[in-house]
Write a protein that binds this ligand. Structure first.
Ligand code: IMP
Ligand code: MG
Length: 178
């Protein structure tokens, strides 16, 4: 498989991922019961998590997509965020849930959160499958977390290394090159 030549170790298997996704879905189903929500899936990485999550939501949902510049070809965030693809609806007075697969420095979501807030939605909350909390350099209000993780570079389940490995069903960790 794609990982053969690299130093990868399995970090979360599909059962562990499923438990994390279910945990988030249950909280959302409880907290948003009877409400309509707009899911804003952050491309590309969150597409796998979002597709698993949305099928466990017993809510009326609109699914929107944004794409932001982020790591690109580097293992570390550049610090500057720009919009490559924006959402296509008006979110004023709507309940918005930002769906992200992993938060590292928090810069990407800080930018997106502030931008969404300026459109005057009824609410905005952040949902992430994985949270590298120790890496945070900017404060960002993350309400729903599937699992807190250590500072490791991960691939699989939507997460990429130079656009590869997004299709792996499990999540693997890669040692930072020295
Ligand atoms: P942040 O702005 O530093 O929080 O970076 C967030 C984005 O960087 C995530 O949405 C991912 O796309 C990417 N990213 C962060 N950590 C990893 C990782 O361990 N593997 C792959 N992509 C990552
Ligand atoms: Mg992402």
């Amino acid at each position: 498989m794609v990982l053969d030549q690299k130093n990868f170790t399995r970090y979360l298997n599909r059962h562990e991922i499923d438990v994390a996704v279910r945990g988030v879905a249950e909280k959302l189903n409880r907290d948003y019961k009877g409400k309509k929500v707009v899911l804003v899936c952050v491309l590309k990485g969150a597409f796998v998590f979002c597709s698993d999550l949305v099928r466990q939501l017993d809510l009326e949902v609109d699914v929107e997509f944004v794409r932001l510049s982020s790591y690109g070809r580097a293992l570390r965030s550049s610090g500057t965020v720009t919009i490559i693809k924006d959402i296509s609806i008006d979110i004023r007075d709507k309940h918005v849930l930002v769906i992200e697969e992993i938060i590292d420095s928090g810069r990407t979501l800080r930018f997106l959160y502030d931008r969404l807030k300026s459109a005057e939605p009824a609410s905005v909350e952040i949902v992430t499958l994985l949270d590298k909390k120790a890496k945070r350099v900017t404060d960002v209000p993350v309400k729903y977390v599937g699992r807190e993780i250590d500072d490791q570079f991960l691939v699989g389940y939507g997460l990429d290394l130079e656009e590869k490995c997004r299709n792996l069903p499990d999540i693997y960790y890669l040692k930072y090159p020295n």
